[in-house]
Design a protein around this ligand. Structure first.
Ligand code: PLP
Length: 411
């Protein structure tokens, strides 16, 4: 791995997103296996479809791997929809799960023939006026606490902007009727990232949502339970046991399906689970300093390249690859980037052997919400992306941005 890291950085530049294809493929297959397991345990004829959430990583190479594995997609912007199309997904394999979009954007979704999932009565009004008599899905708020690695990604309960809560469902149904809209499916998403210790909360949330669906949407055919399937970021965390999740979910899904015979499909929207662990963000040590009893390891991986640590206080494993064989002094250090913000910290209080300028840095688990949340803050180009195959060959799947890319739209 050491030579591979330096070779990749030399060949493609720094910083660099690298996705390990075998890991990506394995996670797709695991999700497919999860769907198959649920299907086998459900009453006959009910299908389970996995819609990879494009927002986690929208590179066409990632989307193509997802397609090859037989998964579907969800998208939430015109560009995500276009990327899904260019990766070979047809409208019947896509779902547009949006919030607060314009009438023009709705027209585009309608024209593309992709099923839309609307998350407020106001949006249902806008859609209904333009496209009466059509099929829609609606997003409900299950009302429970939700699950997630940060309050910023919890999407159920009283403090979220998402979905329609139970008290407003009678008005939603009236609005749908006014425009002769057929609510073909419901959607619920509790939040992003649960692991084994939160499966109980996840199931509780799923059941709360299903209870609302059963009470108000008796003719529903599709029930979408969203994403949230977590991955272990910290060394002490264990991978999510999908068999265990399926085992706990099945009684709830079967209970629901037996009372509502029109239900013919459950959908899920795994995002992070698919590309996260395949992704490594590589960079270089650019400065080392000791100030006020703290070691600071400066790198070219700023918060613009990977915003999760600054935005959510998220943990990512970071490893230094030394150029020299002579071991440095063991220290506790903070890794930081090259952006003018005190919050531009990649990792805090890590035990490392003190690196030297020019050593390489690997940030693990950066394949999801990494590049897709990257920005040009402080005028820095977003990095290149590379796919790394089992035989150690690599392929550039996105060119590094240049100054020209950043300047071309200004006059
Ligand atoms: C509606 C919806 N579906 C799916 C996802 C994917 O979530 P995750 O990456 O946690 O699986 C998200 C993430 O924010 C979402 O908002």
């Amino acid at each position: 791995m050491i030579t591979t890291v330096f070779k990749l950085l030399e060949q493609y530049g720094s910083p660099l997103y690298v996705y390990r294809y075998p890991v990506l493929k394995e996670r797709c297959q695991q999700m497919k296996g999860f769907a198959n397991k649920l299907e086998k345990g459900l009453s006959k004829g009910i299908v389970v479809n996995m819609h990879y959430s494009t927002k986690a990583n929208s590179n066409i190479a990632i989307l193509s791997a997802v397609k090859e594995a037989g998964l579907n997609v969800d998208c939430m912007s015109p560009v995500e929809l276009e990327l899904d199309k260019r990766s070979g997904f047809t409208a019947d394999r896509m779902l547009y799960v949006c919030n607060n979009i314009s009438a023009d954007e709705m027209k585009m979704v309608h024209q593309e023939g992709v099923m839309i999932c609307l998350d407020s009565i106001s949006q249902v009004e806008t859609w209904g006026k333009m496209f009466p008599g059509t099929h829609i899905m609606v997003r409900i708020n299950p009302g429970t606490m939700g699950v997630g690695h940060s309050t910023k990604v919890i999407t159920s309960g009283k403090k979220t902007k998402f979905g329609i809560s139970e008290e407003n469902i009678p008005l939603l149904l009236e609005t749908a009727e006014k425009y002769d809209l057929h609510i073909k499916g419901t959607h619920q998403h509790l939040g992003s990232l649960f692991l084994n210790d939160k499966v109980f909360d996840y199931i509780t949330g799923v059941e709360a949502g299903l209870a609302i669906v059963g009470k108000y949407f008796k003719e529903v055919e599709i029930v979408d339970l969203g994403g949230g399937f977590g991955v272990p970021y910290r060394p002490e965390e264990k991978p999510l046991n999908l068999d265990y999740v399926a085992e706990k979910l099945l009684p709830a899904l079967n209970r629901f399906a037996s009372s509502y015979p029109l239900v013919r499909e459950f959908k899920f929207e795994p995002g992070r689970y698919i590309p996260c662990e395949s992704g490594l963000l590589l960079g270089h040590v650019t400065a080392v300093k000791h100030e006020n009893d703290t070691y600071w390891i400066g790198t070219d991986i700023g918060m613009n390249q990977l915003v999760r640590p600054s935005m959510y206080d998220s943990y990512h494993e970071v490893e230094v690859i030394h150029q020299s064989e002579e071991a440095g002094e063991p220290v506790i250090a903070n890794f930081c980037g090259n952006i003018c913000e005190s919050g531009d910290i990649l990792a805090k209080n890590r035990s490392v052997t003190l690196p030297e300028v020019g050593d390489a840095v690997i940030v693990y688990n950066s394949g999801a919400y990494g590049f897709s949340m990257a920005s040009n803050y402080t005028g820095r180009e977003r990095p290149a992306e590379v796919m790394l195959y089992e035989d150690s060959s690599s392929k550039l799947i996105r060119k590094r941005e240049s100054w020209i890319d950043l300047l071309m739209n200004m006059f």
